[in-house]
Design a protein around this ligand. Sequence first.
Ligand code: CP
Ligand code: NVA
Length: 350
Amino acid sequence: RATAPPEHLLTLADYSVDDISSLVLSAIKFKLQFKTFGPSYIRQSLSNRTVALMFSKRSTRTRVASETSVSALGGHAMFLGSQDIQLGVNESLRDTATVVGSMTDGIMARVGGHDEVETLAKYSPVPIVNALSDLYHPTQILADLVTMVETYIPEPLVIPEAIQPTGRSWVPIKQWLDDTVNVQQLLQGKKIAWVGDTNNMTNEFLVTFPRFGMEVAVAAPKGYDAVDPRVWARVTEAGTESLITFTNTPAEAIANADIIVTDTWISMGQEEESKARLEAFTGYQLTNELIEGSGAKPDWKFMHCLPRHQDEVNDEVFYGDRSLVFPEAENRKWTIMAVFDALMGRWSRT
Ligand code: CP
Ligand code: NVA
């Protein structure tokens, strides 16, 4: 294990396309390894290590994915909800980061403002992973990338017999994946339509997918279509503006799209705006009629990070055979495992 300053994951904007691809392939490696050979073939990189999960908001997928990932890597996950610790309440984030970081090997944090996760990263002696802030959701977009690779790979990935382990030897599956799968090539030229609120999910899309050569078309109603200047600065830094379009008409974004995506119209913390938001998003509910009537690609797919409500997408699309939502949710586990392994399992302060 190398001794180095901790590396954090606050947004994928901080990671190169190669680094993101490597995390995606590492996630696929864990998934194949686990499903083909069983849990005992997972390298125990978090053995004798503890990861603190500091969540100040609700979570199903991120929490379950994080706890099960830490177990699979041989470590201990410690869940600390907002009622359990002083996350920004009665104690500064700086003091919390210093103290929790002095006793653990990594922190996964779900926060309100993005500045909270930045403060944790500034003062923590151990890696900080953003489990959702008001600005970004990096681990979700890694899961979306894995789901897209699985969808667009011409043949399903099966570990070749030649590199299968005999007995309990470690197999070079990651090397085989690096040689076989080019994430950027698989995604290049695909059009992804975001129909709904411009929120933390949209932001993480904007700073990530265009760098893989994907076109991102955002449809949001007036008043809900602004992109935070901090996010747009990362887009211009990447020079990907020409791959991004905005409209107030869902059909325009959906035209020619390979993947149609939405999210709740009322993110956590916006509950008081519910009435105004439900009104503003009238006409934005995704239905087969809207998607097919707008000229999506014949083999269009649907994605959603969940949790989902009927408002933004009806049952026909959500439970239909174009929907990737449940594999996408399961992929949260394999991608979080890849992140924890890379950030917390390969670094030591001693
Ligand atoms: N997609 C996602 O982050 O779900 P949870 O809020 O349930 O973790
Ligand atoms: N935009 C949603 C994502 C939940 C995973 C929220 O912030 O509540």
